[in-house]
Design a protein around this ligand. Structure first.
Ligand SMILES: Cc1ncc(COP(=O)(O)O)c(C=O)c1O
Length: 400
C-alpha cells in the first residue's frame, strides 16, 4: 500500500499494521487510516485530477487500496454540486449548494464507503461480508459484493423501506429482518461475524470512513478549492461528518488549505437525537436514545460508536447539532423538489429544515457559502412520499 502508513485508534492512539484485516482496536475504539501525506506524489495529486475519471477513485493517493485491480467500482462519487439559486433567493443565501448524492450507484451516498470497504476487503481476501443497516448501506454493500462475486448477509430493522429490502434480495443477499432498531441489528450481525463473516458495520470497519471522506475532497474541488463556510449534514452514525472532518485535516496537512475549516452542522430527527442532546449538555459522548422514532430511516440511530468523534468535529469547527421534526423534513423534501427539481430523501430534507433553523437562530448569515448534503434519492422512500399531501398533482382524468 503505497501511501497508508498505519491504522490508528481514534480512542487510545495505538497504531496497527494496515496490511491486516481489522475491525476495532482492542480498547474498543474505531480505527482510522493514516497516510504518508508528506510524499510528493500525494501532495501533487491535485494537479493530476483534471485528467482522471469522474469517480471518487480520482483521489486514490488518499484512499487505502493498493492494487488498481482490487478496486470494485460502479462509478460512485463525483456527484453534482448544484448552485441552488432559486432556493437560495428564497432563503436570502447567495451561495447555497446542494450535493446531490442520489446520483450514486443504488441511489445513496453509502456507495462511497462501501465501494472503498469492499475493494479493500477483496484485496485482503475476504469472501463473506455481514452488515447491520438502516437500508441504504445494505443496498450499496450488496451492489459491490455482487459486482465482486462475494457473499453478503444483511440485518435490517423490520421497518426498513421496501426499496432497500427488495434491492438487497434482488442482488442475491441473505436478508434478515430484525424487530427493533439498527442497534439490535448490530448485535445480530456481530453474532454472525463470530462465525467467519467479516463485519462491515460503519466505523467498526476502518475504510468506509475513507470512502465517505471523499465528499469533502469533491466539494473542495468543485468549489475551486475555496473552503465553504458551513456544511449541513444529516447525522445518524456520523461517518460522513467524521470523514469530512478528517479530510479537511488531511488537506491542511497537504498545505492545500489554511487553518480555516467549514463549520460542521449535524442535523438529527427530533425523535432520535442523541448527538443533539449530548452537544447541548456539553458531554464528550452520547447516551443511548430510547425508543427512536422518525420517518428518516437513516437517522434512526440510537447510539453511535463514533459519537465522541462527531461531537469533537462539531465543537472544533464551531458548528452545532440540531434536531428537526419529521413534518419539517417532509416539507423540505417538497420544497427542494419544487424549487430545484431534486427528489431527495427525508434525510436530505432534514438538511434544509436544519438550515432554516440555523438562519432563523442567526447561526448562519446570508453571505455565507453553505453546502447541504442530500444523501439519497427520494425514490427509495415511496412509502414516505405517499404520506405527503400532493393535492392538485394527481387528478383523475375526466372523460367528459
Ligand atoms: C440517506 C441517509 N442519510 C444519512 C444517513 C446517516 O449517515 P451517517 O451514518 O454518515 O451519519 C444515512 C444512514 O443510513 C442515510 O441512509
Amino acid at each position: 500500500m503505497p501511501f497508508v502508513s498505519c491504522l490508528e485508534c481514534a480512542r487510545c492512539g495505538k497504531q496497527l499494521d494496515a496490511g491486516k484485516l481489522a475491525n476495532l482496536c482492542e480498547c474498543g475504539g474505531p480505527l482510522v487510516a493514516r497516510y504518508e501525506l508528506h510524499r510528493v506524489a500525494v501532495r501533487r495529486m491535485r494537479e493530476r485530477l483534471a485528467s482522471r475519471p469522474p469517480t471518487l477513485w480520482r483521489y486514490r493517493e488518499v484512499l487505502p487500496v493498493n492494487q488498481e485491480s482490487s478496486v470494485v467500482s460502479l462509478g460512485e462519487g463525483f456527484t453534482p454540486l448544484i448552485h441552488a439559486e432559486r432556493l437560495g433567493r428564497k432563503l436570502g443565501l447567495q451561495n447555497l449548494y446542494l450535493k446531490d448524492e442520489s446520483a450514486n450507484p443504488t441511489g445513496s451516498f453509502k456507495a462511497r464507503g462501501l465501494s472503498v470497504a469492499v475493494s479493500r476487503a477483496v484485496e485482503l481476501g475476504v469472501k463473506k461480508l455481514v452488515i447491520p443497516s438502516a437500508g441504504n448501506a445494505a443496498g450499496a454493500l450488496c451492489a459491490y459484493a455482487a459486482h465482486a462475486g462475494l457473499e453478503v448477509a444483511v440485518f435490517m430493522p423490520e421497518a426498513t423501506p421496501a426499496a432497500n429490502r427488495l434491492e438487497c434480495a434482488l442482488m442475491g443477499a441473505e436478508v434478515i429482518l430484525v424487530p427493533g432498531s439498527i442497534k439490535d441489528c448490530g448485535q445480530a450481525a456481530r453474532e454472525r461475524a463470530g462465525k467467519g463473516w467479516f463485519d462491515v458495520s460503519t466505523l467498526r470497519e476502518p475504510y468506509r470512513l475513507e470512502g465517505k471522506k471523499t465528499l469533502a475532497y469533491e466539494v473542495m474541488e468543485q468549489l475551486n478549492w475555496r473552503v465553504p463556510d458551513a456544511l449541513v449534514y444529516p447525522a445518524g452514525g456520523g461517518t460522513g461528518l467524521i470523514g469530512m472532518w478528517k479530510a479537511f485535516g488531511e488537506m491542511h496537512q497537504l498545505d492545500w488549505i489554511g487553518e480555516r475549516r467549514p463549520r460542521l452542522f449535524a442535523v438529527q430527527a427530533a425523535g432520535c437525537a442523541p448527538i443533539v442532546r449530548a452537544f447541548a449538555e456539553g458531554a464528550p459522548s452520547a447516551c443511548e436514545w430510547k425508543d427512536p422514532q422518525t420517518i428518516a430511516s437513516g437517522l434512526r440511530v440510537p447510539s453511535a460508536i463514533g459519537d465522541f468523534l462527531m461531537l469533537r468535529a462539531i465543537r472544533e469547527t464551531n458548528g452545532a447539532a440540531l434536531a428537526v421534526e419529521d413534518a419539517a423534513m417532509l416539507e423540505a423534501v417538497k420544497e427542494l423538489a419544487e424549487t430545484e427539481g431534486i427528489v431527495t430523501s427525508p434525510e436530505g430534507g432534514a438538511t434544509l429544515a436544519g438550515l432554516k433553523r440555523l438562519l432563523a437562530d442567526g447561526l448562519l448569515a446570508g453571505y455565507e457559502t453553505v453546502v447541504l448534503f442530500l444523501t439519497a434519492s427520494g425514490y427509495k422512500y415511496l412509502e414516505v412520499l405517499e404520506t405527503l399531501d400532493l393535492g392538485r398533482s394527481a387528478k383523475r382524468h375526466d372523460e367528459n
